[in-house]
Write a protein that binds this ligand. Structure first.
Ligand code: PAF
Length: 283
């Protein structure tokens, strides 16, 4: 029978638990999340179990990464269900701080990521990646894990985290976990819970269109034509608008203009008030 995770609320307590485990010679994996856990998160926890002796999941809806008018207030907060789900995959501890614990009175520091943070979602959500980087730097330097694991659905986020951990000499291995999908291909996301049954039917079109663009580029098609076709298909399927569909280099995130080079197809589109993202590798 798996045990319930230890619930940790403060950075001091997190450090104390990590220090105890380190004294026993144990290694640590951290899986940062904003909660509202789904099977995609659980697959990251399972990956983490194979990488270290102890697994910590953090659950924190980080105000710094939401812009004005975004969904910070309505983002699902489901701590009791999340903790129960973490128990099913034998996570050792859940770090669940308050906003005050992470950003105490007088907090004045910002982190800014150039280039990688300016494109794709960065161009449509100003300040989002800086706010994300701020909290991830704090989580990593608080827990000092051996490895930290992030899902590839937020692929741009993953590349940015790789960049700033290298730039800031944060001694942690960053690992990506593959996207988990529903049977029809919709990428699992905490924001899928916002969708009405009708919107859920439409939502799969994002994955389908990006995959078709991926197939076209893989077969030698022009990346910008494949992206334009995907944008059209997403709107035709019923999305209200498309933020972007672009084919970019998987490491530098530079635009790819010719088939035959390493690439990934990225997309973001809006369905009512819900913004969904997805991506497919061009193998
Ligand atoms: O991917 C997320 O859920 C968040 O951006 C993260 C990495 C937990 C930081 O708040």
């Amino acid at each position: 029978m798996p045990n319930d995770p230890i619930i940790i609320r403060t950075v001091a307590d997190l450090r104390a638990h990590v220090a105890d485990w380190r004294r026993d010679g144990q290694t640590i994996a951290l899986v940062p999340t904003m909660g509202a856990l789904h099977d995609g998160h659980l697959s990251l926890m399972r990956l983490a179990k194979g990488q270290a002796d102890r697994v910590i999941a953090s659950i924190f809806v980080n105000p710094a990464q939401f812009g004005p008018g975004e969904d910070y207030e309505r983002y699902p907060r489901t701590e009791a269900e999340d903790v129960a789900r973490l128990a099913t995959v034998d996570v050792d501890a859940a770090f669940v701080p308050t906003a005050r614990e992470m950003y105490p009175e007088g907090f004045a520091t910002r982190v800014h990521i150039e280039r990688l943070g300016d494109v794709l979602c960065g161009a449509h959500r100003p300040g989002h990646f800086d706010g994300m980087a701020l909290v991830v730097v704090k989580l990593l330097t608080s827990a000092l894990p051996d490895v930290a694991i992030f899902g590839e659905k937020d692929y741009q986020q993953l590349q940015i985290i790789r960049r700033f951990t290298a730039d800031l000499n944060i001694p942690v291995r960053i690992m990506g976990g593959p996207i988990e999908r529903e049977a029809d291909g919709l990428a699992l996301s905490s924001r899928n819970r916002y969708l009405s049954p009708e919107q859920r039917q439409i939502a799969v079109a994002l994955s389908v269109a990006l995959k078709a663009a991926r197939d076209a580029v893989k077969a030698g098609g022009d990346p910008s034509e494949a992206s334009a076709k995907a944008r059209e298909d997403i709107v035709k399927a019923g999305f209200d608008s498309v933020d972007y569909v672009e084919v970019r280099d998987p490491s530098s995130l530079e635009l790819v203009t010719e088939a035959g080079t390493p690439a990934r197809v990225f997309g973001a589109a809006r369905l009512g008030p819900t913004r969904l993202i997805d991506n497919w590798p061009v193998d």
